[in-house]
Design a protein around this ligand. Structure first.
Ligand code: SF4
Ligand code: SF4
Length: 300
């Protein structure tokens, strides 16, 4: 959305800058995306934490709100809208809490969720392998039956599959409904802690869905290739979920710590038991409220 400043219309940072612009150099190891013509035109600095310096007004809010303190001031004498700008000096420290992006009054910041560069290629490869392992294993099982002929495990795999799909896709329902990602933002850019639906059972329904899908593929196909590809990916998915929580604690603070105490990471059985216990406690509290209300009415 465009904003108005000093009688002029200012557009926010271009979300597709990596496709539309070219890298023209680096400053202290941070990429610069052109066009650049100093001191009037400075371009976009940063890849994961990107700031359009031609939009930045140097208000300093991002420096104040960033929990990782990854921004520094940068002298920009001669630039038409401010003499200093925010510079994402340690962008690799970003935990994607989105505080800077949502609070920047000039809309000059873009946090890039999907990683780029070598790490981005690795993540894309993992996603591709996950897709191949899941679809390949299921198709193999349907066409040729279970390789080891263990019929019980074969049917267990088919039972797991719909549960896995439910958890895997629930992110699209609950993040959209409860997470308030903001207009035009990715679903991952939640601004509110989501703790209902499948998120009331486990903290990482999508990771649980991923692990169950790969397990179902192994059980249905019973093929060594599905196991060799699937087991390391299952370990990777679990470790990534644990790693992501560091950022979520910073993003949501004590609310996330309380959520961690209530809801397990991916232990589905424990999650259901705890949910039922919470519901039972809530019903008890509601009944005691109704009772005290009745006794008050009888007295009066
Ligand atoms: S919050 Fe936005 S306008 Fe303010 S210094 Fe940071 S990037 Fe610039
Ligand atoms: S998203 Fe959070 S951690 Fe990343 S730069 Fe912005 S404020 Fe800092």
């Amino acid at each position: 959305m465009a904003i108005f400043r000093e009688g002029k219309t200012c557009l926010p940072i271009d979300p597709k800058f990596q496709k539309k612009r070219k890298k023209v150099g680096k400053e202290k190891g941070i990429a610069i995306w052109g066009p650049v013509d100093p001191p009037e035109k400075l371009g976009i600095h940063g890849t994961y934490v990107a700031i359009d310096l031609d939009i930045c007004t140097g208000c300093g809010i991002c420096l104040e709100v960033c929990p990782q303190q990854l921004y520094e001031w940068m002298e920009t004498s001669g630039h038409p809208n401010s003499e200093k700008k925010a510079f994402p000096a340690r962008e690799s420290d970003c935990v994607q809490c989105y505080k800077c992006e949502t609070q920047c009054p000039a809309q000059a910041i873009r946090i890039v969720f999907w990683p780029t560069g070598r790490f981005g290629q690795l993540v894309s490869l993992v996603a591709y392998l996950f897709f191949l392992q899941t679809i390949g294993g299921i198709i193999y099982g349907v066409l040729f039956g279970p390789s080891l002929d263990l019929q019980t495990l074969f049917y267990v795999g088919w039972v797991i599959l719909p549960v896995a799909l439910l958890f895997f896709f629930s992110i699209a329902i609950y993040f959209k409904k409860e997470g308030k990602p903001g207009e035009g933002k990715s679903l991952m850019n939640t601004t509110v802690l989501v703790d209902s639906g499948t998120y009331a059972i486990v903290r990482h329904p999508q990771v649980l869905g991923t692990i169950l899908l790969m397990s179902a593929s192994i059980l249905i196909s019973q093929h060594w290739l599905a196991a060799i590809v699937g087991v390391p990916l299952i370990v990777w998915a679990y470790l990534e979920a644990a790693n992501e929580e560091k950022g979520l604690i910073i993003k949501f603070g004590d609310d996330y710590k309380r959520y961690m105490q209530k809801v397990p990471r991916i232990n589905f059985v424990l999650g259901v038991i705890r949910l039922l216990q919470r519901r039972k406690r809530e019903v008890k509290v509601d009944r005691s409220k109704v009772k005290s209300c009745h006794s008050y009415q009888n007295l009066s």
